[in-house]
Write a protein that binds this ligand. Structure first.
Ligand SMILES: *[C@@H]1O[C@H](CO)[C@@H](O)[C@H](O)[C@H]1NC(C)=O
Length: 262
């Protein structure tokens, strides 16, 4: 009897934050972001940040990569973030200091996102080992600038409820963008001696994604890939449409690009 009672109380407590959270307002026939059609409804149209960019890291730098070697699989790229760039490639940052939360881990736990959290702990890792701080930075700098994640885009908004939506969408996108396999299918694999041309890397990624992507290098070593999307509707419920990047261009040398093992 006591155990049953306890069980009921316990599950009520767990379910409470989720049950109280409001829902995302629905959008009927929303326009594609960055298209010519205009809409004043910034909950159904991502604006001005209409180019959503899923950015990924390949951290092979030995001096800073120790924690990554321990936590992240050596055959997977990791997440940098999800950025709402303007349609011309410029971007806003840190759009709402009141929502620069310092408790991303607790927010996700309270929302029942334990599985998401453990996935993030292996695939959204900070180069210095402080994942929470990295997530806080990405959320505050980029997430708060996503117009469709604004509190007024929820009916009966509960503070912080847009945070799980941001991290879940980022992971959902990331799991469709397997950079390691895309490169491997073209014979581009991590190596201490081989180098590759930018054209070959670009072509491998374009074959997988269907559109050109942005590649970024540090000391001639491939270390970032950026995938661009327009969104029809909100980030939470809308349709992500792959597209070519606008804005920042690739900075890798045309040949001699390294892709070191990590
Ligand atoms: C996280 O922090 C915010 C703002 O300080 C607070 O409103 C919220 O209750 C906290 N959430 C959890 C789950 O601790």
């Amino acid at each position: 009897m006591a155990i049953t009672k306890l069980g009921v109380v316990f599950s009520t407590l767990i379910a409470l934050p989720v049950a109280l959270a409001g829902s995302v307002k629905t959008c009927s026939d929303p326009p594609l972001s960055c298209s010519s059609s205009t809409s004043s409804n910034t909950c159904c149209l991502n604006t001005p940040g209409g180019q959503l960019v899923q950015t990924q890291f390949w951290d092979s730098n030995p001096s800073t990569g120790m924690s990554l070697i321990l936590s992240c699989p050596s055959d997977s790229w990791t997440i940098h973030g999800l950025w709402p760039d303007h349609c011309d490639g410029t971007y806003d940052s840190s759009c709402d200091s009141k929502r620069a939360y310092k408790n991303i881990t607790q927010i996700l736990q309270a929302a029942g996102k334990g599985d998401l959290l453990s996935y993030m702990d292996t695939h959204w890792v900070d180069i210095n080992g402080d994942n929470e701080q990295f997530w806080e930075h990405e959320w505050a700098k980029h997430g708060t600038c996503i117009s469709t994640l604004d509190p007024n885009c929820y009916t009966s908004y509960t503070p912080t409820q847009e945070v799980p939506d941001f991290f879940q969408k980022t992971i959902d996108l990331f799991t469709t963008l397997d950079s390691y396999t895309a490169l491997k299918n073209a014979g581009i694999v991590p190596s201490t001696s081989a180098t590759y041309t930018s054209a070959k890397i670009q072509s491998a990624l374009e074959t997988a994604f269907g559109h050109p992507v942005t590649i970024r290098c540090q000391s001639k070593a491939l270390n970032e890939i950026w995938y661009s999307f327009y969104v029809q509707g909100s980030v939470q419920t809308g349709n992500f449409v792959p597209t070519a990047p606008v804005g920042t261009t690739s900075n890798c040398p045309s040949s001699g690009v390294k892709y070191p093992p990590k």
